[in-house]
Ligand binder design. Structure first.
Ligand code: SAM
Length: 249
């Protein structure tokens, strides 16, 4: 990789190799108040987006599930119940602060018997080939520097027949909604971040990173290019969020 290669961090252009540490700074800062802020910012709607993700996961007792960029473990906790005593859930994230909150929540929720926690980079997953029935990455891919590399890494560790679900902010499909959403994102979110977490910058990054993320069709194309089959997506809340699905054949 050339040393002068750049990428975006929100609306800023930064050296390619600096993005991961900047993202790490954001999530180290937001970790203690992450769950509260999620509920406040989305007015609880993120729970419905995640419920739909669980419905499309097709996870059954005995399955192995990777909740990648799983942070504080919302999905991992639910998967723990679905896979039962014979299955396993790996809560994986690059950030030790987010994982620390996630590990405590899994433990408190009685999920320790079938969950593991792993500090990993989505771009280079340290798991065996063909080892998971399902991988979810919720609101995580946006923050990954090399998304194509990460998608290929996910494909490698999925079992044939397994599926990847990418839950991520996307592009609103109606203009009026888009305008309202911009006003909310760039005015309300940083103020809420300042008031609740004493951190306006991280929530400004959130709003900017959403705008820089590939739209529905582009992400579908990236999944296909990485080798996923039967890729499709489902818009939720007018396309503010989309759930992408792809299979390993
Ligand atoms: N999945 C959780 C949820 O939906 O509530 C947490 C989402 S949080 C917005 C994004 C997470 O992605 C953070 O915990 C961050 O540390 C993680 N992340 C960012 N870059 C990553 C990478 N390259 N590999 C793994 N995790 C990463």
């Amino acid at each position: 990789m050339a040393d002068d290669k750049t990428t975006h961090f929100g609306f800023q252009e930064v050296p390619w190799q600096d993005k991961a540490s900047r993202v790490a700074g954001v999530f180290r800062s937001v970790a203690p108040k992450y769950d509260l802020m999620n509920d406040l910012m989305s007015m609880g709607i993120h729970r419905a987006w995640k419920r739909f993700t669980l419905e499309l996961a097709g996870v059954r007792p005995g399955h192995r599930v990777l909740d990648l960029a799983g942070g504080t473990g919302d999905l991992a906790m639910k998967f723990s119940r679905l896979v039962g005593d014979t299955g396993e859930v790996v809560l994986a994230d690059i950030n030790e602060a987010m994982l620390g909150v996630g590990r405590d929540r899994l433990f408190d929720a009685g999920c320790a018997h079938n969950t593991r926690v792993a500090q990993v980079n989505a771009e280079a997953l340290p798991f065996a080939d063909n080892s998971f029935n399902c991988i979810t990455i919720a609101f995580g891919l946006r923050n990954v520097t090399d998304k194509d590399k990460a998608l290929k890494s996910m494909l490698r560790v999925l079992k044939p027949g397994g599926r990847l679900l990418v839950l991520e902010f996307s592009k609103p499909i109606h203009k009026p909604l888009s305008k309202l959403y911009d006003i909310y994102s760039f005015n309300v979110l940083p103020r809420l971040g300042k008031a609740i977490a004493d951190d306006a910058e991280s929530y400004q990054y959130l709003a900017e990173s959403i705008r820089m993320h590939p739209d529905q069709q582009t992400l579908k194309g990236m999944m296909e290019a990485a080798g996923f089959a039967r890729c499709d997506y489902f818009n939720m809340t007018g396309g503010i969020v989309a759930l992408h699905r792809g299979f390993k054949v």
